[in-house]
Design a protein around this ligand. Structure first.
Ligand code: THU
Length: 127
């Protein structure tokens, strides 16, 4: 699956974003090693700390359905601007990609890039 194809799925996921507070609609598309795609969006809460990002929604959907091995994740915001995964989401992804090889697809400086998680989160926490 190309980065453009997975990014298109992430963009589609933004349509379900529940973001009445920030109005920033994020979508994620997570490709499992078996070839399934789990999509997720950000879901905000009036108690702001209760908000979950699109990437973690997608990861938790997959893990809770029995899929824990992933090859790629794409992240998009509804206006197709830059949107890199936040620190929490990088750490959550690293839990399921111990070697940091999962590929992260996102827009940086207007370009759609694909890079291994270990470049975005070197020396991630583990014990
Ligand atoms: N957000 C994500 O969904 N993913 C990220 O990696 C960064 C931030 C969401 C959380 C919140 O609903 C909105 O974007 C603004 O922070």
């Amino acid at each position: 699956m190309t980065k453009e194809e997975l990014y298109a799925q992430a963009l589609e996921a933004t349509k379900f974003s529940y973001s009445p507070y920030s109005k920033f609609k994020v979508g994620a598309a997570l490709l499992t090693k078996k070839g399934l795609i789990f999509k997720g969006c950000n879901v905000e809460n009036a108690s702001y700390g209760g908000t979950i990002c699109a990437e973690r929604t997608a990861v938790f959907k997959a893990v809770s359905e029995g899929y824990t091995e992933f090859s790629k994740i794409a992240i998009a915001e509804s206006n197709e601007g830059d949107c890199t995964p936040c620190g929490f989401c990088r750490q959550v992804l690293s839990e399921f990609s111990k070697d940091g090889s999962i590929l992260v697809i996102c827009k940086i400086n207007g370009d759609l890039v694909e890079m291994p998680l270990k470049e975005l989160l070197p020396y991630s926490f583990t014990f």
